[in-house]
Ligand binder design. Structure first.
Ligand SMILES: *[C@@H]1O[C@H](CO)[C@@H](O)[C@H](O)[C@H]1NC(C)=O
Ligand SMILES: *[C@@H]1O[C@H](CO)[C@@H](O)[C@H](O)[C@H]1NC(C)=O
Ligand SMILES: *[C@@H]1O[C@H](CO)[C@@H](O)[C@H](O)[C@H]1NC(C)=O
Ligand SMILES: CC(=O)N[C@H]1CO[C@H](CO)[C@@H](O)[C@@H]1O
Length: 613
């Protein structure tokens, strides 16, 4: 009878039998170890874990007309390993387990960028994050922030076939991570040192790794699904409302105030903290509240209209604003269009105005420098009023639209393309998209009060400048007394927005039938507020993507479940079965272990002659 073991012997030289059997005999002589193995053998035992199911969040996946971005897969079933074991190319079929903060360490950062994102030397990645990723308590240094943004940028501007997930830290996963780190530091780390020193290093290292495999538990990470699916027929909703001035609506000037409610980050399900807590939306709603008071009184109602547009898809190349403009300003503009839009003086867009970077700046971005007209006079008002805030650097930034680019940098560029005078007000000194899509807003600890102070200052400056535009030169500040900025109001909106992730794929409207749409809860709240602080009419506008050339495609899932199993290598089946065939299976698995370490393939040819002799 030819056993499998004899077959294996054809491939594996006897030297390797000795090599792998040696530790097994060691184990046999120590009954306590052998005893504990029985309970830990096989998939399914999870004695050290409190539970074995965990919620995990998938890195974004999106297609834009100019490329595919993010992680393209979701399921896997792989053994976990820590990044310090990732020093050679033998881990192709493993899941790398990182701690978020460790990604800021130079060597781990390089491993993540080069070995994982560029060379795909593992098959999946799980990153353990702590609360700081959402609310920075322990401030990041500039270097740490740069490293993190580098990772975000790679995932934002490139795609990867690896499934990449984030898991919130908990006792189980922390313990598991430490255990793996410990087991690897007792062999792998020190081997890597040896490896560099001696030419025999790789053999020693592989041997010790086999030892490690035998003596230490390993963990299997399993994500069964759901499989990746396209989100079909996404609907993006805009809200538009207006305050009508004293006079004939379509003959008095109109100013448009624009902001978008969505945010973006590489982990969609965790995007509540991003984007400076939606400072743009907060300022937008507070301006609406203040001016609706002024408009409600015939004595203080100005001779100009204000149109408020809160758009969706802001992070999707300003999709909502584009659709709104196409609707209202196409050459074939219908006669039943909104008459208050006939006489637009300018539109201004609000974005990232919490100044979490503590730059103390208010920038006015324009596509064309304002020479004369209402935009120039607004800029003069803005400068004049902000001179009361000497700490704030108020600067005009001229950024030409680059039509060769795939996307627009600022929301006002959508208006500029339609030849509507427009600009963006922001505290960001850079147009770079990545700054506006980071998970992390704050480098320094920017406490709540300070953040609210910034927002309040910006509302005062912007609101006062707008008031001068509406009323002409006025001596005193208008936004005082009963018209002053309400911190309570700002705080309550901030809280509402902060509790919900705001990436667009989580804020799509669903269509129930031809007439009826179902808004997500956050948008319902926003709709109600806009109704309260306007003439009472909110136009709720739903937009679909182009069916032939969709402007964007989102994929699910954004979150799913991870199962963790504790496993022992098949080698241990030897000890509780006397059937001789198990020995063969065991030897066969030794062979596989060796092969999985590239041990045989690599060294067999080199050492062949020696071993035969
Ligand atoms: C983009 O991803 C591919 C593999 O998916 C990789 O080969 C390439 O190096 C990446 N580019 C950058 C700039 O990271
Ligand atoms: C204001 O900000 C601009 C743009 O970042 C910068 O060039 C300028 O030096 C700043 N001015 C002051 C007074 O800090
Ligand atoms: C966002 O707002 C919440 C609630 O007001 C606050 O607790 C949190 O610190 C804010 N986050 C940032 C990054 O400012
Ligand atoms: C676990 C272990 O043995 N770690 C050792 C690795 O090597 C360094 C120095 O080379 C020792 O300090 C560690 O104790």
């Amino acid at each position: 009878m030819i056993t499998e073991a004899e077959n294996v012997a054809d491939y594996v030289p006897s030297f390797y039998y000795l090599f792998t059997l040696l530790p097994i005999f060691l184990v046999i002589t120590t009954p306590t170890v052998a005893g504990s193995i029985v309970t830990a053998t096989g998939i399914g035992s999870s004695s050290n874990l409190l539970q074995n199911q965990y919620i995990i969040y998938r890195v974004h996946q999106i297609d834009m007309p100019y490329g595919h971005f993010g992680s393209r897969s979701s399921t896997f079933n792989l053994e976990a390993l820590t990044p310090d074991q990732l020093l050679s190319d033998i881990f192709i079929r493993k899941c790398a387990l990182f701690k978020w903060r460790d990604l800021f360490r130079k060597n781990f950062h390089d491993i993540f960028i080069k070995k994982i994102l560029q060379e795909s030397l593992v098959a999946a990645v799980l990153i353990i994050y702590d609360d700081d990723i959402i609310n920075i308590n322990k401030p990041l240094t500039m270097d740490e922030l740069n490293k993190w943004q580098n990772i975000e940028k790679r995932l934002m501007t490139n795609e990867t076939l690896l499934p990449i997930y984030f898991i919130q830290e908990n006792n189980d996963i922390n313990r598991l991570y430490e255990e793996l780190m410990e087991s690897s530091s007792s062999s792998a780390e020190n081997n890597s040192n040896k490896q560099r020193e001696s030419s025999l290093g790789s053999k020693t290292s592989a041997a010790e790794m086999i030892l490690q495999k035998i003596f230490f538990d390993s963990y299997q990470f399993v994500v069964n699904g759901p499989p990746i699916t396209v989100i079909n027929n996404p609907i993006v909703t805009n809200f538009q409302t207006k305050l009508i001035g004293a006079g004939i609506e379509d003959q008095i000037p109109t100013y448009v105030i624009v902001s978008h409610y969505d945010s973006y980050s590489i982990i969609p399900a965790l995007t509540n903290g991003a984007d400076s807590n939606a400072s743009g939306v907060i300022i937008f709603l507070e301006l609406m509240r203040l001016f609706s008071k002024l408009y409600s009184n015939i004595k203080t109602r100005p001779k100009a209209n204000l149109v408020f547009l809160l758009s969706g898809g802001g992070k999707l190349n300003y999709f909502g604003t584009k659709k709104w403009l196409d609707d209202n300003f196409d050459s074939s503009r219908s006669s039943n269009g909104d008459s208050s839009l006939d006489n637009i003086q300018f539109a201004f867009c609000l974005e990232s105005l919490a100044d979490t970077m503590n730059e103390n700046s208010l920038f006015m971005y324009v596509s064309k420098p304002p020479k004369s007209g209402t935009q120039a006079s607004f800029w003069n008002n803005l400068q004049e009023i902000s001179s009361d805030y000497p700490q704030i650097n108020t600067t005009l930034i001229h950024k030409k639209i680059n039509l060769a680019e795939d996307y627009l940098y600022w929301e006002h560029e959508r208006f500029s393309l339609k030849r509507i005078s427009a600009f963006t007000l922001t505290s960001l000194s850079t147009s770079k998209i990545i700054q506006r899509r980071t998970m992390i807003d704050a480098i320094q600890q920017n406490d709540e009060q300070q953040r609210l102070n910034h927002i309040e200052n910006y509302i005062n400056i912007i609101g006062e400048s707008l008031a001068r535009q509406l009323y002409g030169p006025i001596k005193e500040n208008l936004l005082s007394g009963e018209y002053s900025v309400s911190r309570q109001f700002i705080q309550s909106i901030s809280k509402q927005l902060h509790n919900v992730p705001r990436t667009q794929n989580l804020l799509f409207t669903t269509q129930k039938d031809a007439q009826n749409y179902q808004l997500p809860p956050l948008l319902k709240t926003i709709q109600m507020m806009m109704k309260k602080y306007s003439d009472g009419n909110v136009r709720t506008l739903h937009y679909k993507v182009d069916s032939k050339n969709p402007e964007f495609v989102f994929y699910e899932p954004v979150e799913t479940r991870l199962f963790i199993y504790k496993t022992k290598p098949a080698i241990f089946d030897l000890f509780h079965n006397d059937d001789r065939r198990y020995l063969s299976v065991c030897l066969f698995s030794c062979h596989q272990v060796l092969q999985s370490f590239n041990f045989i393939d690599k060294d067999f040819d080199n050492g062949n002659n020696n071993i035969d002799g």
